[in-house]
Write a protein that binds this ligand. Structure first.
Ligand code: XUL
Ligand code: CO
Length: 448
């Protein structure tokens, strides 16, 4: 039976009619580029929450989404039916991975025991569908931010019962991760932060957050759930300050609490922007620390101040992100690109879920093609090597090797004139570099 009124999305390439509609122009799943199939470079994943549950609400308005399973009025009937819609969606789109929160899948009961029973029924159906489709789970997670019990956090809640409940919820979520074979397990601490420092014991809250992460990893080891653990930074929203602020802050936290051996980072475009960074910056920081785990694919909007989770379409940003990925050789040991993204409130039709993923997948596929070509031609590599070449000999080599003391450097510098130091620098021709990048984007994609 066809649940979505859309055909399987074909690869049409760039030769097709510009307005040809549903089709990939740059994403050709089985094409080998840079030594790997595109599907293996990108490992695209569909986010259950935004794709199947999101009603397209915003802070000022109700949801506008029209979804084909709205006809099911009983929440459990709808939850079970949605699994069928989801798996047909994955097949038609041609993705290999899905991601979900526990609460995306099934309604809560009054007790955790009842909630777990609802959830297990839906997970049974997901496991069945995985067997027939081969779909894999990139990561799962526990939603510990929506229910009012998490008003002041989950692990960082001042209320011990809430910590205990969160740990219990997490335990079941890890068991589900094992059942569905999740390759990673994500923690996004939506409410693990504070509204005000005046009533907050920040040290205690951060110790509690670390405690729950350690408990989770220990339990995963105990049950043989071999997922890569990931922390997902975000600076704020819904809290005024979230402890996992950005990549650098989270890495410092991981090192302080001895989590950096077992955890890596899941980085998201719009979160980077909220922290005052580019996506590329966040990926670079994680990559250079050896802690890049996976990516949530979306983008923000310069004109809107909140997390809008827009499908990525900015080729400049996707090229920059994929440049870092190509540099690392992969997104992460088991990473992928999960579309933590939703349509705008005005694109409320069911097929817009396809268009959104198509523009996102095509944008990252395009970025990958450009980044690989830039890397192959060593454009930026040569430029960067040249920029730092003064460290290869003379005083630069002495600085690098640790041979030069402050006294040596004083001796070397004392009689250098203003002109000598001006002559030691040279223009980086940054505008020319940017023109080169534009030229790569246009020519690589145009020639494809
Ligand atoms: C929220 C966000 C979450 C996490 C998973 O901004 O990104 O959807 O990815 O909880
Ligand atoms: Co996310």
């Amino acid at each position: 039976m066809a649940y979505w009124n859309v055909d399987k999305v074909p690869y049409v390439g760039t030769g097709a009619d510009l307005k040809s509609g549903l089709g990939f122009h740059y994403y050709n799943a089985d094409e080998v580029i840079g030594g790997k199939k595109m599907r293996d470079w990108l490992r695209f994943s569909v986010a259950y929450w935004h794709t199947f549950d999101q009603r397209l609400v915003d802070p000022f308005g109700d949801g506008t989404a029209i979804r084909p399973y709205d006809k099911y009025t009983d929440p459990m009937d709808q939850a079970l039916a949605k699994v069928d819609y989801a798996f047909e969606f994955y097949d038609k789109l041609g993705v290999d991975y899905l991601c979900f929160h526990d609460r995306d899948l099934a309604p809560e009961g009054d007790t955790l025991r009842q909630t777990n029973a609802n959830l297990d029924k839906v997970v049974d159906k997901i496991v069945e569908n995985q067997k027939t489709s081969g779909m894999k789970v990139l990561w799962n997670t526990a939603n510990m931010f929506t229910n009012p019990r998490f008003v002041a956090g989950a692990a960082t809640s001042p209320y011990a019962d809430v910590f205990a409940y969160s740990a219990a919820q997490l335990k079941h979520s890890l068991e589900i991760g094992k059942r569905v074979g999740s390759e990673n397990y994500v923690f996004w601490g939506g409410r693990e932060g504070y509204e005000s420092l005046w009533n907050t014991d920040m040290k205690k809250e951060q110790e509690h957050a670390a405690k729950l992460f350690h408990l989770a990893k220990d339990y995963a080891n105990e049950i043989g759930f071999d997922a890569q653990m990931l922390l997902e930074p975000k600076p704020k929203e819904p809290t005024t300050h979230q402890y996992d602020f950005d990549a650098a802050t989270t890495i410092a936290f991981m090192k302080e609490y001895d989590l950096d051996k077992d955890f890596k980072l899941n980085l998201e475009g719009n979160h980077a922007n909220l922290a005052g960074h580019t996506y590329q910056h966040e990926i670079r920081v994680a990559r250079e620390a050896g802690l890049l785990g996976s990516l949530d694919a979306n983008e923000g909007d310069k004109l809107i101040g909140w997390d809008i989770d827009e499908y990525p379409s900015n080729l400049y940003e996707t090229t920059a992100a994929m440049y870092e990925v190509v540099e690392q050789g992969s997104i992460g040991p088991r990473g992928g690109l999960n579309f933590d993204a939703k349509p705008r409130r005005s694109s409320f039709a069911p097929e817009d879920l396809f268009y959104g993923h198509i523009v996102g997948m095509d944008s990252f596929a395009a970025g990958l093609r450009v980044a690989l070509k830039m890397k192959e031609d060593k454009v930026l590599e040569n430029l960067v090597a040249d920029r730092y070449s003064s460290y290869q000999s003379g005083i630069g080599a002495d600085i690098e090797s640790g041979k030069a003391s402050l006294a040596d450097l004083e001796n070397y510098s004392l009689d250098k004139t203003q002109k000598d130091l001006r002559d030691a620098t040279s223009s980086d021709h940054l505008e020319q570099v940017k023109d080169t990048i534009n030229h790569y984007i246009v020519s690589v994609l145009g020639g494809k």
